[in-house]
Design a protein. Structure first.
Length: 245
């Protein structure tokens, strides 16, 4: 009697072990629910894997025209002289687009539903900046803009010894600032020289800054040539902090 009861227990235990092995094998075969390599539950094939797909890019299009002397007819800018650059919070988004012979441009941007600013630049003409949302996958057509004549400025960045300083960044904003979303930007060349030829006439604030230098702020009036921007090198300071005795 005891041997028969023990045999029944052995058979029942064997059935349980076989069932457990079946569940384990089913969980790891392709197409079955089981555990992923990260330990999370993986669903069967055909279902959402939970991996985020990249958003479709937004495409921004527009057109730039130039005013004539008399301000009547409009012409497209010379080929290669018109550029469109997208910005978001002071950060350039991708490479600038060059306008075609008809003044048209197209920008392709990472799909994010945020406001962007599209800067339109033609040498010797007033800059235009158009703000626009850029949701994923959108096709946005900006209004056509006509650029009038600008008031250029130029000058040189020098240090405290009068030597030219290369690689200094310059940002200019009208004074007072009437809501420009992005500043005008330039950078000093190897001789410390810079030019901005897309500014409006009148007063502006120029800010110069660079690694290893203290920022400099100047009030300027465009048009103006021969502006000298002094910038002071930072001096390293070392010491020791001592507490009370």
């Amino acid at each position: 009697m005891l041997d028969r009861r023990r045999a029944r227990w052995i058979v029942a235990l064997a059935i349980l072990v076989a069932a457990a092995l079946g569940v384990l094998l089913w969980s790891i075969v392709p197409g079955g629910a089981g555990f992923s390599e990260t330990g999370e539950i993986a669903t069967s094939g055909g279902e959402d894997t939970g991996i985020a797909q990249p958003a479709a890019p937004a495409r921004i299009r527009g057109r730039v025209l130039l005013e004539r002397e008399e301000g009547e007819e409009l012409d497209p800018p010379p080929t290669g002289r018109c550029r469109a650059q997208a910005w978001r919070a002071g950060v350039a988004l991708g490479e600038p687009a060059v306008c075609d012979a008809d003044g048209r441009f197209a920008l392709e941007l990472p799909g994010q539903a945020q406001e962007i600013a599209v800067e339109l630049l033609v040498s010797g003409r007033l800059r235009a900046v158009l703000e626009s949302p850029a949701p994923a996958g959108a096709e946005v057509e900006l209004p056509t803009v006509a650029l009038g004549f600008a008031a250029p400025i130029s000058g040189q960045v020098i240090d405290g010894r009068g030597d030219p300083v290369a690689g200094v960044k310059l940002e200019v904003m009208p004074a007072p600032n009437l809501g420009e979303p992005e500043p005008w930007r330039a950078q000093s060349d190897a001789a410390g020289r810079f030019t901005l030829d897309t500014l409006p006439p009148g007063a502006s604030t120029l800010r110069a800054f660079g690694d290893g230098f203290a920022p400099t702020v100047l009030e300027i009036v465009a048009p103006e040539d021969g502006i000298v921007v002094p910038i002071e090198r930072l001096v390293p300071l070392a010491g020791e902090v001592v507490g009370p005795p």
